[in-house]
Design a protein around this ligand. Structure first.
Ligand SMILES: NC(=O)c1ccc[n+]([C@@H]2O[C@H](COP(=O)([O-])OP(=O)(O)OC[C@H]3O[C@@H](n4cnc5c(N)ncnc54)[C@H](O)[C@@H]3O)[C@@H](O)[C@H]2O)c1
Length: 373
C-alpha cells in the first residue's frame, strides 16, 4: 500500500502518517510549498515529501503518481478574513484537481475524503442524532465547500470507477488543545467572532438573537478568563457537541482506507457519545482546579452525530472521551503529534487574560478560527 496523504502537516495529517507507518504502509506526504509547519515531518525520514498546492493542477498531478491509496485531508479551515472563493477553490475544486490527478495516474485502490459534520446544518441540526442520511444543508461557506467536495468525489467515483469512502469528522481535538475548550475566554472569542461575521459556522444560531457576547459577559461578571464555562438553553439544558480525539480520527480514517465495508459510504466519526457543556466544563474545572459556571443562552444548540454506521461497517470503536483527551494533554501523552495549529480549536483560545482584555477593546481576536469546521 502506497498512500498519498494531503494536508500532511495538519492536526490530523501528521498523526495519519504516524499511523500508516506503524501499519507498514509507504507514505507520500503532500505539503503546501513553503508550509511553515513542514518540520513536523522531520520525524518521518522514510516519508517522501512532495510539494503541491491544491490550486496547481500540474503539481497535484505529480503528487498523485505512483500511489495506490489517497487520504485527502488538506483543506481551508481558517475563517477570519479568508475570501469566500478560497473555501470553494481549495475544498471543492482542490478535491476535483486531486481526483483528476488520481485518474490520470491510474491504479487507485481507495480514495478517502475527510469531510465534516459541518455539512449538516450547523447550529440547528434537523435531527438528533445526525445520521449519514440526515439532510445536508450547510448554512456556511466552509460546510458548503466540504459538501461540494463530497459531491465531486461521488461523481468522479461513478465516472472513473474509484473505490472511495467519505469520513465526516466531528470537531477534531488534539490533546494539547483540549484544555483550552469550555473556558470563559474560549466562548468569548467564539461568540465574538460570530458577532463580527468572521466565523460562519454558527450563523443560523445568531439569526434574530440579542448580542450573545454581552449576554455571556453579563452572566460571567468578573469571573477569570480561565473559568470553566458551559452554555445551556433557556430550559437549563446544556448545549451538546460531538468531539473526536485526533487519535480516534486517524484510527477511523485508517479503517475507511482498508475495510471493504467502507467503499461507497459516507461515515460519521466522533467520540462514542456527544459531550454536554455541563460535562465539558466539569472536566476542565476538575482537572485544572478552576471554578465552573453555566451560562444561559437564548437558544438551544445540540450538534450530536451518530457513529452507528462506522461501528457497524468499520469496527470503529473510539477510545477517547473528552476527559481522556484533556488528561492526555495534561500528562503529555506521547501517542500523538501535537497540532501546532493555526486553525481549529487551539487557535480560538486567547493565550492569556491580557489577550482577552485586548480583544475586548479591539472588538476582535487575531488568528482565531472555528469551534467545529
Ligand atoms: N479540525 C476539525 O475540527 C475538523 C472537523 C471536521 C472536518 N475536518 C476536516 O479534516 C481535515 C483535516 O483537518 P485538520 O484539523 O487536520 O486541518 P489543519 O488546518 O490542521 O490542516 C490542513 C492542512 O491542509 C493544508 N492545506 C491548506 N490549504 C492547502 C492547499 N491549497 N494546498 C495543499 N494543502 C493545503 C495545510 O497546509 C495543512 O497541512 C480537513 O479536510 C478538514 O476539513 C476537520
Amino acid at each position: 500500500m502506497r498512500v498519498l496523504v494531503t494536508g500532511a502537516t495538519g492536526r490530523v495529517g501528521t498523526n495519519m502518517i504516524m499511523r500508516l507507518i506503524t501499519a507498514g504502509a509507504e507514505v507520500k506526504a503532500m505539503v503546501l510549498p513553503g508550509d511553515p509547519h513542514g518540520s513536523k515531518l522531520d520525524a518521518f525520514p522514510d516519508v517522501e515529501v512532495v510539494e503541491a498546492d491544491l490550486t496547481d493542477q500540474t503539481a497535484v498531478d505529480v503528487a498523485c503518481r505512483d500511489v495506490t491509496h489517497v487520504v485527502h485531508l488538506a483543506a481551508q479551515l481558517m475563517r477570519g478574513d479568508t475570501p469566500v472563493d478560497r473555501f470553494y477553490d481549495i475544498n471543492a475544486f482542490g478535491t476535483l484537481r486531486l481526483l483528476e490527478g488520481v485518474v490520470r495516474a491510474g491504479g487507485i485502490e481507495r480514495f478517502v475524503l475527510a469531510s465534516s459534520d459541518g455539512t449538516y446544518r450547523p447550529g440547528r441540526p434537523p435531527a438528533r442524532p445526525l445520521r449519514e442520511n440526515s439532510w445536508q444543508q450547510p448554512a456556511d461557506y466552509y460546510g458548503t465547500s466540504k459538501l461540494l467536495g463530497e459531491i465531486i468525489l461521488r461523481n468522479h467515483a461513478v465516472q472513473f470507477d474509484i473505490p472511495y469512502a467519505i469520513v465526516r469528522f466531528a470537531t477534531v481535538v488534539s490533546p494539547e488543545e483540549a484544555g483550552t475548550m469550555f473556558r470563559l475566554s474560549f466562548w468569548r472569542s467564539v461568540l465574538e467572532w460570530q458577532r463580527l461575521g468572521k466565523d460562519s459556522h454558527l450563523w443560523p444560531l445568531f439569526d434574530g438573537q440579542p448580542d450573545l457576547v454581552t449576554l455571556l459577559d453579563h452572566q460571567a461578571g468578573d469571573a477569570a478568563p480561565d473559568t470553566a464555562v458551559g452554555l445551556r438553553d433557556p430550559d437549563y439544558q446544556p448545549w451538546t457537541i460531538s468531539l473526536l480525539d485526533v487519535r480516534d480520527a486517524v484510527d477511523g480514517v485508517h479503517r475507511a482506507l482498508t475495510e471493504p465495508g467502507a467503499v461507497g459510504q459516507a461515515l460519521n466519526l466522533a467520540a462514542m457519545k456527544p459531550t454536554t457543556h455541563d460535562e465539558g466544563a466539569a472536566v476542565i474545572a476538575g482537572l485544572y482546579g478552576v471554578p465552573k459556571l453555566m451560562v444561559t443562552m437564548p437558544m438551544r444548540h445540540r450538534l450530536e452525530v451518530s457513529i452507528d454506521s462506522a461501528i457497524g461497517r468499520l469496527g470503529f470503536w473510539p477510545e477517547h472521551d473528552f476527559r481522556n483527551t484533556v488528561r492526555g494533554g495534561l500528562q503529555g501523552a506521547d501517542d500523538y503529534v501535537p497540532a501546532q495549529s493555526t486553525s481549529g480549536i487551539a487557535a480560538t483560545w486567547p493565550r492569556d487574560s491580557s489577550d482577552v482584555h485586548n480583544s475586548h477593546e479591539r472588538g476582535g481576536l487575531a488568528g482565531t478560527s472555528q469551534i467545529s469546521p
